[in-house]
Design a protein around this ligand. Structure first.
Ligand code: PLP
Length: 420
């Protein structure tokens, strides 16, 4: 109650703005995940690794736009490239450009893909990867995993797809990190077109797939001739060639998004040439894949600049090391508490568990203390950290280590305040 009162006092302007927004947007919201009770804090601007809200508080940004904000809010090279593109190239041109060719070639090289196509979001990347797999195999079912999130209309919280999921009858849901269940579900159906997997489940947040499990998924998919689609929309930043490189996986199709557009709306799917050929418009029966902004000049230019000059393989490895160090510090601090910190590299999840579990194999294992989680979210804001209410962290390049140390200290103080 006291925290709620402090929240309302701190965010007077946000409350007014929320009420105004609710007149034209349902609940004042257009991204479900960003709604927080009793109302969301409105952000005004961002600079580097920081954001400032409408009531004038500045925070170290640990949301990192759910991994898409890897470069932060004002990376100088990306800013310059965006300005130059607006001035010298123009906005969407309504034609093919070399900007898309060079970004495609670089992504193919980094992630070992034969061919790639661009979309506007990770959701669309998964949609088209699935349609392509269905056409390629002539089959219909798609195996996915409990706790999986592949976009707004591809969410699998439990045994059934979420209510807003498309193609309701096509899904077979296996238990994440359960080798036997996975084998059974993939190998016992005659009609599996694709298996769609996250190497680490983002929505968990950050439930890490075990090495043997990930390889079993790949092996079972191969065995039945299903297309193995690895969703790397979040995990592609974890190693120079993505999680697939880190884990030694060889997916048939990889789906991508988030930071690879340099901060502009972006998605992509790509992989084996024979599968991607179903989208080759020179073929008479090619599958259609259109999208006005698929090759938008800003995303193509900023994405390429970021990947070629900022997030080079060396920077990626070094940055992942910083994430590992931070997570280790948090794990040491929370060892004998109800808090569990999971993740890989610069993406992590902070869980508040009623049963004090020290491992999470699946989303379903997570019996959380939602009140403590909300209190954490709010008190971290009071300490100057912008973090998602569900407890996910995605680091921004250039965040000073001292700020991350301060975060560890604040988590320690939170634990002291709420010992029980
Ligand atoms: N797949 C995963 C693993 C994601 O985390 C997300 C977004 O959070 C998506 C797909 C969907 O991407 P987008 O929000 O760009 O549609």
């Amino acid at each position: 109650q006291a925290a709620k009162a402090r929240f309302a006092e701190r965010n007077v302007k946000s409350l007014g703005l929320h009420q105004e927004a609710a007149k034209s947007l349902p609940g004042g919201n257009t991204r479900s995940l960003l709604h927080t009770a009793p109302f969301p804090v409105f952000l005004k601007s961002g600079k580097g690794h920081q954001v400032t809200d409408e009531d004038g508080h500045t925070y170290t940004d640990l949301v990192g736009e759910l991994t898409a904000g890897l470069y932060g809010h004002s990376q100088p090279l990306i800013q310059q490239v965006l300005i130059d593109t607006i001035k010298n190239v123009g906005l969407n041109l309504g034609g093919t450009t070399t900007l898309e060719t060079r970004h495609a070639a670089l992504i193919c090289e980094r992630f070992k893909l034969d061919r790639i196509r661009f979309t506007n979001s990770g959701t669309e990347a998964n949609l088209h990867a699935i349609q392509g797999a269905k056409r390629f195999t002539g089959k219909k079912k798609v195996v996915v995993f409990t706790g999986g999130y592949h976009g707004g209309c591809y969410t699998f919280p439990g045994d059934r797809p979420a209510e807003n999921c498309v193609d309701k009858d096509d899904w077979i849901i296996a238990e994440y990190n359960d080798i036997e269940d996975t084998k059974r579900k993939i190998e016992e159906s005659e009609d599996v077109a694709a298996v769609l997997l996250e190497g680490m489940q983002g929505r968990g947040p950050c439930i890490v797939g075990k090495h043997d499990f990930l390889h079993q998924v790949q092996q079972s998919a191969r065995k039945v001739g299903a297309v193995f689609i690895l969703d790397e929309v979040q995990t592609s930043r974890l190693a120079p060639g993505g999680l697939q490189e880190h884990e030694g996986l060889q997916p048939d199709i990889t789906t991508l998004g988030k930071f690879l557009g340099g901060g502009i709306a972006f998605g992509a799917f790509g992989g084996r040439e024979d599968i991607m050929r179903v989208y080759d418009p020179r073929e008479s029966n090619a599958l259609g894949h259109s999208g006005t902004f698929n090759n938008n000049t800003l995303g193509m230019a900023a994405g390429y600049a970021g990947l070629s000059q900022v997030y080079t393989p060396a920077v990626c490895s070094e940055f992942s090391g910083i994430g590992d160090k931070l997570r280790q510090r948090l794990q040491d601090l929370t060892r004998d508490t109800k808090i569990l910190v999971t993740g890989l590299g610069t993406i992590m999840g902070i869980h508040f568990l009623r049963d004090g579990k020290k491992e999470l194999k699946s989303f379903r294992d997570r019996h959380e203390d939602a009140e403590l989680r909300r209190l954490f979210w709010f008190e971290m804001m009071e300490d100057g950290f912008w973090i998602t209410e569900r407890g996910s962290v995605a680091l921004i390049i250039g965040t000073p280590w001292a700020e991350l140390e301060r975060f560890v200290e604040c988590v320690g103080e939170f634990l002291e305040r709420h010992r029980s």
